[in-house]
Design a protein around this ligand. Structure first.
Ligand SMILES: *Cc1c(COP(=O)(O)O)cnc(C)c1O
Length: 466
């Protein structure tokens, strides 16, 4: 399988190359040259497979010759063996029609583990084969940092430097990063905001002195391998609810558009999906884009669902490229306009292509609280604020009530216990396996919010490319 850039001018890469590159050199995002397809009979035959086997079956066409089926299965078993639930992503029934797909049983309690645990395995495999080292540099406002650190801690060939804004993330989120003790893990608290941290990371990717000495890698959801791993659970849920012979709808709490785009790919591969609901909070750029074609950034409002507090949804570019006729030159021009104006209109082809499958909803804080209470009162379930935004969209959707509606439960409620307690009166507890998080020893370095300070810190500690 070959991977091409949404902006048309970067060289095509194989799966291994696309996994290690992250972003394409022309600023675009990698996508497979065409979507692999399964027949309905082939999908039906996957029913009942253990999760790791299902994952290997669904991902093999994307991996191509880069891994043998046995190698891929081995990596999937290692990645998903670290989940605390045997089903990996259990499905929970809320009422006759509403379901929750629990994606938070991984080591750091958010759905990002599903993709990053596999990505950690892929990195180690590919780097060993090439005899090279990878220096991951990232900035986090919450869940990505801890999931990425857990996925690569102690792995050969990888160093990770994770920046977070000092004093501006929750104690649980910080401790999930800073209590991981491995020589290749470096936590950096910088003076400044998440956007300042993110700007430093972007600058480093364009710093020729750094990129010539180190293989700088990314773990955010622009990495194709992350999206690929997320396709699997759409199949897993549908197969349990009567798919492929019955259509299923999904409601997805959305920020960077990675998770819900994986659902779109599942549909392109032949999984019958009735609808994908893009659930946003008041940071609703995607809701505006999908409902009236207006993709324009505003300022970010901090909410109780911080992983959805975004200005720009990087992965939306993949959808626009695929729906808009896969024209890389046109996409590059459209994105250049967006970068200059902070706003753009979707083309008619993009709007119509998206409307086939997607619809969107925006939740106000009181809608989120009402959904948190609904889950508790009607189904005895304590859910997290991000999941509640998805559930709000699911409960208010007007699609055929005969279609099962699955809301993706993206985080464990104990990650956001204050907000959950405010809405429901119940304070969710951390699972016992990480119950001692608040008493573990922390390690992190505090740096001034200056690029040069961060750069010399990394230069002194990272391993050269090869
Ligand atoms: C990252 C995250 C999201 C948003 O997912 P995207 O793939 O960025 O759209 C939603 N909920 C939680 C809990 C997250 O950590």
């Amino acid at each position: 399988m070959e991977y091409i850039s949404t902006r048309g001018s970067a060289a095509a890469l194989d799966f291994e190359g696309a996994t290690l590159a992250g972003l394409a050199s022309d600023g675009g995002l990698y996508l497979p040259r065409e979507w692999p397809r399964f027949t309905q009979a082939e999908i039906a035959e996957m029913a009942g497979l253990p999760y790791a086997q299902l994952a290997a079956r669904i991902m093999q066409p994307f991996v191509g010759d880069c891994l043998t089926p046995d190698e891929l299965l081995e990596l999937c078993e290692a990645a998903y063996g670290r989940f605390s639930h045997k089903a990996v992503v259990p499905l929970v029934q809320l009422d006759e029609r509403q379901w929750l797909l629990e994606l938070f049983h991984g080591p750091t309690l958010a759905f990002k583990d599903v993709a990053l645990q596999l990505l950690g395995q892929l990195f180690e495999k590919f780097l060993a084969r090439r005899g090279s080292n990878l220096t991951i540099v990232g900035a986090t406002s919450g869940d990505t940092g801890s999931a990425a650190i857990d996925a690569v801690a102690g792995r050969e060939g990888v160093d990770i430097f994770m920046l977070h804004p000092n004093g501006r993330i929750s104690d649980v989120q910080r401790r999930q990063m800073t209590t991981v003790r491995a020589p290749n893990v470096h936590n950096i608290a910088i003076d400044g905001s998440f956007d300042d941290a993110q700007a430093m990371v972007k600058r480093m990717f364009n710093d020729a002195q750094m990129t010539s000495r180190f293989n700088i890698g990314a773990v955010n959801s622009i990495n194709w391998a992350r999206l690929m791993a997320q396709i699997v659970y759409y199949f897993a849920a549908a197969l349990q609810l009567g798919g492929p012979w019955r259509k299923i709808a999904f409601s997805v709490p959305t920020g960077n558009f990675g998770d819900v785009f994986a659902g779109y790919v599942a549909a392109q591969m032949g999984l019958p999906i009735q609808q994908l609901l893009v659930a946003t909070n008041v940071n609703d750029i995607l809701h505006r884009a999908l409902s009236d074609g207006d993709y324009s950034t505003g300022s970010v409002t901090a909410t109780a669902a911080p992983s959805m507090d975004i200005q720009v949804s990087s992965n939306f570019e993949r959808l626009l490229f695929d729906c808009g006729g896969r024209d890389g030159a046109a996409m590059a021009a459209q994105m250049a306009g967006f970068e200059a104006d902070k706003a753009m209109r979707l083309t008619n082809a993009q709007r119509e292509g998206a409307a086939d499958l997607f619809t969107s909803a925006r939740a106000e804080p009181e809608d989120m609280n009402a959904a948190l209470r609904w889950a508790r009162e009607h189904a005895g379930q304590i859910i997290d604020p991000h999941t509640a935004i998805g559930l709000h969209a699911a409960l208010t959707s007007d699609i055929d009530p005969a279609v099962p509606m699955v809301t993706l439960a993206t985080a464990h409620p104990a990650k956001f216990s204050d907000a959950v307690e405010r809405a429901t009166g119940v304070r969710p507890q951390l699972p016992t396996r990480i119950g001692d998080l608040m008493s573990r020893e922390e390690a992190y370095s505090e740096l001034a919010g200056e690029y040069d300070a961060v750069r010399s810190f990394i230069e002194e500690r990272a391993s050269p490319a090869a």
